[in-house]
Write a protein of this length. Structure first.
Length: 245
């Protein structure tokens, strides 16, 4: 019997909730256990149904998806659990919110008009801990968000922007292999891609990724990618790596 991945869908638009649920429930290994119209309801339903993955809209009444995501991931971290993983649903109009969602602990994000096959693959990906959903697209969107944040903050746009020195001490704790893993994550490689490139098993890659997250004090793989850009280890639009940042 196929192991079921239990999903909670949170969106303030009922039609979208129902459409997402129909796509998920069509798959033999996915099942929608609950639907929520706002972040506060999502928190209650998580306690009741204990889902593996939450599809979380950003803009919702009562409690938005950013606050709900932060509370979900904080509670999971405090309890030593790795579930539920939060997959944020966004639009290109929400770019300013993407970094906030990642920092809140989201495992990844998808555009609301994404292809159904990618949605299904994304749910499976975050469930198994491969947090970068559609790595190439995620990298591009993160680069745009980092650039936007720097412009809003009055800084020079990358690559001229100075690296964020707050991460220097944490990055220094990484081993050479862990640094290599971080760089390739930031360049858009999934766990499977990393395993093939480094000639190791996916289990070994997951161990390295887990060590990177632990040493950097992060809760998701995609957060590590943001740190790589913020610290100047990998610069938007460039292929070089700067470990002296």
């Amino acid at each position: 019997m196929t192991e079921q991945i239990r999903v909670l869908v949170a969106d303030d638009q009922g039609v979208i909730r129902m459409g997402l649920a129909m796509i998920l429930d069509h798959e033999p290994d996915l099942t929608t256990v609950a639907q929520a119209g706002d972040g506060e309801e999502a928190l209650r339903l998580i306690e009741q149904y204990d889902p593996d993955v939450v599809l979380m809209d950003i803009r919702m009444p009562v409690m938005d998806g950013l606050v709900a995501t932060e509370r979900i991931t904080r509670a999971a971290k405090e309890s030593g659990r790795h579930r539920p993983a939060v997959l944020v649903l966004t639009t290109f109009d929400d770019e300013a919110y993407v970094l906030s969602a990642v920092r809140a602990g989201a495992s990844g994000f998808l555009l609301k008009d994404t292809d159904p096959d990618l949605l299904v693959s994304a749910v499976r990906a975050v469930h198994r801990g491969d947090s970068l959903v559609d790595p190439a697209s995620t990298r591009v969107l993160l680069e745009r968000c980092v650039e936007l944040e720097r412009r809003v903050g009055g800084e020079e746009p990358a690559p001229a922007a100075l690296p964020d020195a707050r991460w220097a001490g944490a990055l220094a704790q990484l081993s050479d292999r862990e640094r290599e893993i971080l760089v390739w994550m930031a360049r858009g490689l999934s766990n499977r891609d990393l395993a093939a490139k480094l000639f190791v098993s996916e289990t070994t890659v997951k161990t390295h990724v887990s060590n990177v997250l632990s040493k950097l004090g992060l809760s998701s793989r995609v957060q590590a990618v943001v740190v790589a850009y913020e610290a100047g280890v990998v610069r938007p639009g460039e292929a070089d790596v700067n470990w002296d940042a």
